[in-house]
Design a protein around this ligand. Structure first.
Ligand code: NAI
Ligand code: MG
Length: 397
């Protein structure tokens, strides 16, 4: 079989570090691929005025599958300040290349698994009925609609003309906001389309079937947000009945789900939600399994393009440490999701097993796993560096 080409987009800060370490592990595990580097992030904003150059988009179009580290974003004014002098005249405005990727390639499906590893000192624990300590095994995969809803960007402040007229045509608007001055009104819309809702629901059910989860939980608020959450719930009921009768459909409200998060997280399997609630619930579950050092994700869409990345950012304060201290596991877990996606499941399983072995053994732990504050001296205090963690995982392979 021809060797695969993977687009490697390191981005900024620790994104570069964790991606390099991850490629070492992929190679050690026997995954054969060529990596082409895709430019993305702050450096390219400063030098070229574009954090997502067209050549990177072309590479993604060509090779379809990418590993992505993380990028740095800064507020508008700072972004302008750091722009190369010759670009300052050009009226350029910084916008996030992650959002740009999502929109350009219509990456409407975001997957965020949260699975606890035995022996991870960061695992959530609670007390049982007799005061004993319980450590529930969490194995949740959140499917978050990635392009619509509250993140769709359809917003107004001081809405005018037809927009205001449309709002005033709704009896509830008249009743609740009719006497509020226009300039004191801000509106963010929550638009769900049937097509995108169907796609995220189906992706969630398919995942449950493929990986043996017994339930899919829709986590929205259909009793209050009737049109959008309500539509999603109706569609989920229909889909379960017609196409996935062997999988249970559960329905929880986002607020109650956050309360239950620590009560019975082990009861949930696949969770599916719109954009905002999916973001919230996935961060909630990630906190139970160790947080940013462990939270991995994938974004994909109809274009066939799929991008695999840790949830964390570029952690600039750690980027210049002489010896890197960050935990590379979230990036490595993201690479395992990529391997599953391209049907290299055996290699993915091998890497996950090596990670699990290192964690369970407990000898090699990055600073976050040792519950230290992140400082350069954590290595002297016994924390593993990023590359020592990589070496330990490779040794288990
Ligand atoms: P961050 O995720 O970069 O860091 C927050 C804190 O989490 C760090 O200070 C560190 O304590 C911890 N942390 C993050 N990754 C870790 C790892 N692998 N191992 C151990 N500890 C880790 O978020 P922050 O500080 O809010 O943002 C920094 C920059 O990253 C900003 O410019 C932000 O815009 C960007 N960002 C980019 C994201 C992306 O590329 N997907 C996501 C989030 C933020
Ligand atoms: Mg988030």
């Amino acid at each position: 079989m021809a060797k695969r080409t993977i687009v490697a987009m390191p981005g900024d800060g620790i994104g570069k570090t964790v991606l390099d370490e991850t490629i070492k592990v992929l190679e050690a595990a026997g995954f054969e691929a060529d990596y082409v580097e895709g430019d993305i992030g702050w450096e390219f904003w400063c030098k070229e005025g574009n954090p997502l150059p067209q050549r990177t988009i072309d590479l993604l179009d060509k090779h379809k599958v990418a590993l992505f580290g993380a990028i740095t974003s800064k507020p508008k004014d700072e972004a302008f300040e750091e722009l190369a002098p010759e670009l300052k005249e050009k009226n350029l405005v910084y916008s996030s290349p992650i959002v740009a990727l999502r929109q350009h390639f219509k990456l409407d499906i975001c997957i965020r698994p949260c699975k606890s590893y035995i022996g991870n000192p960061l695992n959530f624990i609670r007390r049982g009925a007799n005061g004993e300590i319980e450590e529930p095994a969490v194995d949740v995969v959140v499917f978050r609609q990635n392009t619509e809803g509250l993140y769709g960007g359809v917003e107004w402040s001081n809405p005018q003309g037809v927009v205001y007229d449309a709002l005033m045509s709704h009896p509830k608007f008249v009743k609740n906001f009719g006497d509020v001055p226009q300039e004191e009104i801000s509106v963010s819309t929550r638009i769900f389309s049937k097509k995108a809702t169907e796609r995220i629901l189906r992706a969630a059910f398919n995942h449950a079937r493929e990986f043996g989860y017994k339930s899919v939980t829709l986590c929205e608020k259909p009793n209050v947000i009737r049109e959008t959450s309500g539509m999603m719930y109706k569609m989920a009921l229909q889909m379960q009945k017609n196409d996935f009768p062997e999988i249970e459909l559960w329905n929880t409200n986002i607020d109650a789900q956050m309360m239950w998060l620590t009560k019975n997280p082990e009861n949930y399997g696949v969770i599916v939600a719109g954009n905002m609630f999916g973001d919230i619930i996935s961060d909630g579950f990630a906190g139970l399994i160790g947080g940013l050092g462990f939270a991995c994700s994938a974004q994909m869409g109809e274009s066939g393009i799929a991008i695999f990345e840790p949830t964390h950012g570029s952690a600039p304060k750690y980027a210049d440490y002489e010896v890197s201290i960050v935990n590379p596991m979230a990036m490595m877990e993201s690479a395992c999701m990529m391997l599953d996606y391209i049907d290299e499941k055996a290699i993915a399983a091998k890497i996950r097993k090596a990670i699990a072995d290192v964690i369970e053994e407990g000898k090699v732990r990055t600073y976050d796993m040792s519950k230290m504050a992140g400082r350069p001296n954590v290595i002297e205090k016994g924390a593993a560096s990023t590359s020592q963690m990589t070496d330990a995982i490779i040794a288990k392979l």
